[in-house]
Design a protein around this ligand. Structure first.
Ligand code: ZN
Ligand code: ZN
Ligand code: ZN
Length: 126
């Protein structure tokens, strides 16, 4: 990974994602961090984290973007085999641990999977 200037905002954005139990939207991140940062700065930081393999972007079925920490990705090389779940009641977007296997035609190879399922989470369904 290239050495980058470590700004307070960058650290705060990463910390907010690491502490979160679910994926965060841009607005949620902006609310969580105390550092003064404009929209563009946060977007730039999130894009950089995505490029660096630290964070992955989830485009949910509500059309919004959410961001979650990656566990084993490298720069420019995201490898995911999990579903994302969006709760229709509490609006939470989560990474699900269940491994997904996709049946592809012969000769095709999966490197990334970005599926979103919506419904009701355990708490809301109880
Ligand atoms: Zn990733
Ligand atoms: Zn819920
Ligand atoms: Zn995920």
């Amino acid at each position: 990974m290239k050495k980058r200037r470590n700004t307070a905002t960058q650290t705060a954005v990463l910390a907010s994602l690491q502490e979160a139990e679910s994926a965060l939207s841009h607005e949620m991140i902006q609310e969580k961090i105390t550092a003064k940062a404009d929209r563009t700065t946060i977007y730039r930081i999130l894009n950089r984290f995505c490029d660096d393999g630290l964070v992955h972007r989830i485009v949910a079925d509500d059309g919004k973007q959410y961001f979650a920490i990656c566990s084993e990705c490298e720069a420019n090389d995201h490898r995911h085999d999990h579903f994302h779940f969006r709760c229709l009641n509490c609006d939470k977007v989560e990474c699900l641990d269940q491994e997904v296997s996709v049946n592809l035609p012969t000769g095709y190879r999966t490197t990334n999977f970005n599926g979103v399922v919506s419904g009701y989470c355990r708490a809301c369904n109880a």
